[in-house]
Structure formats: structure tokens, C-alpha cells
Ligand binder design. Structure first.
Ligand SMILES: *Cc1c(COP(=O)(O)O)cnc(C)c1O
Length: 354
């Protein structure tokens, strides 16, 4: 096994940063000067390199393109006012990455390659991290099968890589959501709990159909009865009913265990809410709405942190919300941001210093 000190660095001759204005850049469009690339072959990880960001040369028979062994993560690094850089809960992403790898019959990535590789890469490209409010560096670790062979079997070769993308504020206007009753994202025994590339591809058609009907995203429901809520697009979902915050539990393996989901539950408890992880039916959501105690509905995820839901449509029943008067979702977001930008004490040990 390779150790982190064996990560070989080749620096870019010239930084692309001089060509880019880091203010208000769109999400996921620009990448920093370097990337991490590590190979898995003959049962071991080897050739760990940080090198100039560049295209990959791939064989057309690349296994990942045919059979979809491909997983990823999304993490963010923040620069505080003193210019110090910290990453939000990367060890949780590391653990989840290996859970996804196991489900997709891919090798485990050793912690020192993931964490040290990420740390060294960020250190090298830290000038790329915008310091303005609401800006950050998006970290994208990913792994894919790289056998040049179209026989159906788990690949013997893999590549683990990390790329970095500076991002501006995510202008998330409140969403209109369509409760999905035909297509499904995840089933018990399936791959819903893995951050597998195919989960995203598999969701796109249903999302496009909802868009044609005038909605921004779908609220996924269970595959058997289309009764229990799962996730909202690619975000976890929270319902504030009375003084209780409810989010679907992870027991069936149909929900992605979001790091923002977990952090949101911690914030909500600190704010005095009862937090329940449990099955929640759309009928219970409607009853709470009719009783006037469904106060807020929002999605959580690394890219946007919190996305408020202003409309939820189930069959012909439309629930509308006055998001401008909401207190809870904005407070969760500002508490999390205060920790990330070093303006509040990090009581939970969430920030990982670079
Ligand atoms: C990544 C992801 C989330 C959010 O997870 P975070 O760790 O909070 O970014 C939620 N649902 C799905 C399906 C995801 O892929």
C-alpha cells in the first residue's frame, strides 16, 4: 500500500487563476490547476500523483462507461477572514465513499490517500479558494472502474481522483416540488444509499418530466405504495411540523446519508426542536398542512446547504408556503455557515484544518 508521503507532485507551469475572476462564479464550471490521480491494479493502490489538471486518455472499452462502476463525493472547503482554510466534515465523506465503494463492488480507498491527497491538493491550490461571503471550494473525489474490457464482471483496475472547483453563492430560489408517484429513485436492497453516478443518471428523466409540468424537482416516494417520502431531488428533506423536525430514516437503505442532513439535525436539536428520523407518509404531511402546523419544508445538501420549498404538489392537491416568513431553515443555514467560516465556535469538531 502506498503512504501519503509517496504522493508525487508535478506542478503546473503556469496558474490559470490569472484568467479567472473568482467572484460569483457558477457552480462546477472552473477547476483549479491540479488534480489527484491514483491507480488500483493487482490488488493495490499505486502511482499516486498530483499533477496539472488535464484530460484523461481512456480506452473506448473503459469498464465504467459500459457497466457503471462509478462513485463520487461532494465536500466543501472554506477560507476564514484570517485566510485559514478548513474543510467541513471530510472524514464523514471519506467513510461514506467507502460505503458506496463496497456496494458497487469497488476497492476501499485507504484513509491516508483520501485525506492526505485531498489536503496536499488543497494546499497546493489554496489561492483558488474565494474569500468572499458564501464562496467556497467544492471538492469532488471520485472513483471509476478502468479495465479496458467489456466482459461483465467487476473491474480489476480503478482510478481514484480528486478535482477542485471554486464556487460562488448558490442562488437557490425557493423550489416548486412535484411529489413523484410513478418513477422511483431507490428501493430497499438497491443502491439508493450509495453515491453512485448512475443514481443521478437514473433520476434525470423523472426530473425532466416534472420540469415540463412546471416544477423544479421531484419529491421521491417509496417504490411500493408511493406513500412514504424519501428525498427531494438529490437533497435530503426535512418537514417542520409543530415543534418537531422530521426527516426520513436510513433503515431501508433508500436514503443517502447526507452530511448536511446530519449537521442539520444537530443544529435543530440545539435550536430546541424535537428531531425524529422516521417514515413519514404524504398523508401525514397533508394532514399537518390542513391543520396549519406544517411550518417549513426544505432540502439539505452540500451544494446549496438548504433549499426552501415554496410549493409541494401531490396529485391535484397543492400546498403553498410563505417562505419569506420562515425562521427555522434560514437559522439552520446561518448557524452552519458561521461554523464553516470560523465565525462561531466549532463545538462538534467538524472543521478539518488544511
Ligand atoms: C449527495 C446527496 C445528498 C446530500 O448529501 P450531503 O452529504 O449533505 O451533501 C442527498 N441525497 C442524495 C441522493 C445525494 O446524492
Amino acid at each position: 500500500m502506498i503512504a501519503a508521503e509517496n504522493i508525487n507532485i508535478t506542478k503546473a507551469e503556469r496558474s490559470k487563476l490569472t484568467d479567472i475572476n473568482l467572484e460569483n462564479i457558477p457552480f462546477g464550471k472552473y477547476f483549479t490547476d491540479h488534480m489527484l490521480e491514483v491507480e488500483y491494479e493487482d490488488g493495490e493502490w499505486k502511482n499516486a500523483e498530483i499533477k496539472p489538471y488535464q484530460p484523461l486518455l481512456l480506452d473506448p472499452s473503459l469498464a465504467a462507461l459500459h457497466y457503471g462502476q462509478a462513485i463520487f463525493e461532494g465536500i466543501k472547503a472554506y477560507k476564514n477572514e484570517a485566510g485559514e482554510v478548513s474543510v467541513f466534515r471530510p472524514l464523514d465523506n471519506y467513510k461514506r465513499f467507502n460505503i458506496s465503494a463496497e456496494r458497487m463492488q469497488m476497492p476501499q480507498v485507504p484513509e491516508d490517500i483520501f485525506m492526505e491527497g485531498m489536503r496536499m491538493l488543497i494546499e497546493l491550490d489554496k489561492n483558488w479558494i474565494p474569500q468572499q461571503d458564501d464562496h467556497s471550494l467544492y471538492i469532488r473525489p471520485f472513483m471509476f472502474s478502468s479495465d479496458s474490457m467489456i466482459g461483465v464482471r467487476p473491474s480489476e483496475k480503478y482510478k481514484f481522483m480528486i478535482i477542485l472547483s471554486p464556487t460562488g453563492p448558490y442562488y437557490n430560489t425557493p423550489m416548486r416540488i412535484y411529489v413523484e408517484e410513478h418513477y422511483v429513485r431507490a428501493v430497499p436492497g438497491g443502491v439508493g444509499y450509495a453515491k453512485a453516478a448512475g443514481n443521478y443518471g437514473g433520476a434525470m428523466y423523472a426530473t425532466a418530466q416534472a420540469k415540463l409540468k412546471g416544477y423544479d424537482q421531484v419529491l421521491w416516494t417509496d417504490a411500493f405504495e408511493h406513500k412514504y417520502v424519501q428525498e427531494c431531488g438529490t437533497m435530503n428533506v426535512f418537514f417542520i411540523i409543530g415543534n418537531t423536525a422530521i426527516t426520513p430514516d436510513l433503515k431501508e437503505g433508500t436514503i443517502l446519508a447526507g452530511v448536511t442532513r446530519d449537521s442539520t439535525m444537530v443544529m435543530l436539536r440545539e435550536m430546541g426542536f424535537n428531531v425524529e428520523e422516521r417514515a413519514l407518509s404524504i398523508d401525514d404531511v397533508i394532514s399537518a398542512y390542513n391543520a396549519g402546523i406544517l411550518y417549513e419544508v426544505f432540502g439539505t445538501g452540500t451544494a446549496a446547504t438548504i433549499s426552501m420549498i415554496k410549493e409541494l404538489r401531490y396529485k391535484d392537491f397543492v400546498m403553498k408556503f410563505e417562505v419569506d416568513s420562515w425562521k427555522t431553515a434560514p437559522e439552520v443555514k446561518s448557524r452552519l455557515n458561521a461554523i464553516r467560516y470560523g465565525q462561531a465556535t466549532d463545538n462538534h469538531g467538524w472543521m478539518y484544518k488544511i
